[in-house]
Design a protein around this ligand. Structure first.
Ligand SMILES: [Mg+2]
Length: 219
């Protein structure tokens, strides 16, 4: 996979599953939340998982899905505090730091664009100390629309000018890349191994890389 870096001046990069290991989020939502929910409600873990599954499914791709306050209310659990307790599991994906350093040295404009809630974003930046590598850090919660929504990109471009022709978006979410594609962003890359403990998935529509090292060629 070779990006033509000469034609790119702005890098929009996702957080969870792109620079940070999605293992943390997968473990948190698929194991820890059901466990805490089962204890709180005096039910068995499998019953908790069965109850939570449709609730999660219904909110997929909506801003609420990423909103810790929403889940704290719906599940009657302190989600932010639970995340904090598990925060030792937060980790940077292989080669992500090298890639960010290289972008900096190449004078690329680098924006972190995430659907993560500010409290989760702050916790992760505090843990990984990656915040200094970005020109801007944008949570879609600030705009009121997730990256899956065209209005997110309209607002982003209005507030932080970038040209669609010279911008690359790197993300692990097909629906987000579809949305950026529809908006007109010309260079789109998908990460095919967002969770270090799961096997690589087979992306369909976009050029894919297993990790960010592959994108350093020519940078
Ligand atoms: Mg992601």
């Amino acid at each position: 996979m070779k990006l033509n870096w000469e034609n790119i001046d702005t890098v929009l990069i996702d957080m969870d599953g792109t620079i940070l290991d999605l293992y943390f989020d997968n473990y948190f939502w698929h194991e820890q939340v059901p466990l805490s929910f089962s204890i709180k409600n005096g039910i068995d873990i499998n019953a908790a998982k069965a109850q939570l599954k449709p609730l999660f499914k219904e909110m997929e791709g909506k801003l609420e899905w990423y909103c810790l306050d929403y889940w704290s209310d719906v599940l009657n659990l302190d989600i932010s505090n639970l995340k904090f307790q598990l925060s030792d599991l937060i980790s940077v994906l292989p080669h992500a730091l090298e890639f960010l350093i290289k972008l900096r040295n190449a004078n690329q404009k680098v924006f972190l664009v995430t659907n993560a809630h500010r409290s989760s974003l702050n916790l992760k930046m505090h843990k990984t100390k990656l915040d200094s590598y970005f020109d801007e850090i944008i949570s879609s919660h600030d705009y009121g629309f997730p990256k899956e929504d065209q209005r997110f990109w309209i607002k982003l471009q209005k507030e932080h000018y970038f040209s669609n022709n010279t911008t690359v978006l790197i993300d692990d979410n097909v629906a987000v890349l579809d949305s950026a594609n529809k908006f007109g962003i010309q260079h789109l890359i998908i990460l095919s191994k967002p969770d270090s403990k799961l096997t690589e998935f087979m992306p369909c529509r976009y050029p894919d890389v297993v990790d960010l090292r592959e994108l350093m060629i020519g940078l």
